[in-house]
Unconditional design. Structure first.
Length: 328
């Protein structure tokens, strides 16, 4: 067992009956090794998620189910820290819709202790089953879909500005006030910005990573990336940060789509949109040919959905147009 006073493992969730049982089964041995408590913060599931967690909690005192009335992930983690963070060294954040190695939590704490990092982030490998989910996974694993973001493409271990949230030293998390609950998306990048401003350091793990399972429908993917775009714009407005170059290019997709609506006046207005669509669809064909999997040609379509939704969400937020609702 790693010598650390204690840890809490927090799982924000909403309607995760397909994944929560297997996830808890995988995490419970690690929790026992680390002397950690697993806290499932449920945002009001309408399926059997709560019953599944309650059944596990009845058998294992280390598993606790709490309510998350705000429904969003940022609020779930904050509430878990508020209720169970006293006297605890580390917070480990787990996504209910993800896959993790058996030693995931162990490796995170090992690296936190060795590096002295205030936050340990990880890279993500996206996987899917079914045509749409596999195509979306291929798009999200590619530079076309993510712009070369480090936490999407692996790391050998390095100090970074941002990554997929995995572990925090609770003292540092509380020092900056935890997550900003006005962010339903992009709360991770926003918190990383405040951590760095306060002098805390973020380390990207070179020893472990997580597997992410993307949305299984294009509609769900669009809504997700619409929220991501809004979150990024909120981050820009709050901290006056300039988007990185890899984020600037997708910003032009929504304006290009609007410009294309004027193509009835002259074909030249459609050129930017057509060029972008051709690049995405062509990239999808290349991925399909390289993998020998014709279904991956749809990756170009998934990339188009991601780009358009992200760009639209960014501009809607920047122009002060309110979101219709909040997603968990």
């Amino acid at each position: 067992m790693i010598e650390t006073s204690s840890a809490i493992i927090v799982i924000p969730c909403l309607d995760e009956e397909r994944h929560i049982s297997g996830l808890l089964a995988r995490l419970r041995p690690a929790a026992r090794r680390l002397g950690a408590r697993i806290i499932v913060a449920d945002g009001g599931s309408s399926d059997t998620t709560r019953a599944i967690v309650a059944s596990v909690a009845a058998e294992d005192d280390n598993v606790v189910l709490i309510d998350n009335p705000a429904r969003i992930q940022s609020a779930a983690v904050n509430r878990a820290v508020e209720l169970f963070g006293d006297g605890v060294d580390y917070l480990i954040r787990i996504d209910a819709h993800g896959g993790y190695p058996e030693d995931y939590c162990d490796k995170l704490i090992e690296e936190a202790l060795e590096t002295g990092a205030d936050s340990v982030v990880v890279s993500m490998q996206t996987e899917g089953s079914g045509a749409v989910q596999q195509a979306t996974a291929a798009a999200q694993n590619s530079k076309l879909g993510t712009g070369g973001s480090k936490h999407r493409h692996g790391s050998a271990g390095e100090w970074v500005d941002h990554g997929h949230h995995a572990l925090f030293r609770i003292a540092a998390f509380r020092d900056v006030g935890g997550y900003d609950e006005s962010f339903s998306h992009n709360e991770d990048a926003e918190l990383d910005h405040r951590l760095r401003q306060a002098g805390h350091r973020v380390w990207m793990s070179g020893r472990t990573r997580m597997t992410y399972f993307p949305r299984a429908s294009l509609g769900g993917l669009f809504r997700q990336y619409l929220g991501y775009g809004r979150g990024r714009a909120k981050n820009v407005l709050k901290h006056r940060v300039i988007p990185k170059l890899r984020q600037m290019a997708p910003l032009m997709v929504a304006p290009a789509a609007c410009l294309a609506l004027l193509s009835f006046m002259h074909w030249i207005f459609a050129v930017p949109f057509i060029a972008w669509a051709a690049i995405c669809l062509g990239y999808g064909l290349v991925l399909a040919l390289r993998a020998g999997n014709p279904g991956l040609a749809l990756a170009g379509v998934s990339a188009m959905v991601m780009h358009l939704a992200w760009s639209l969400g960014f501009w809607l937020q920047l122009l002060g147009m309110p979101a219709k609702g909040r997603t968990a």
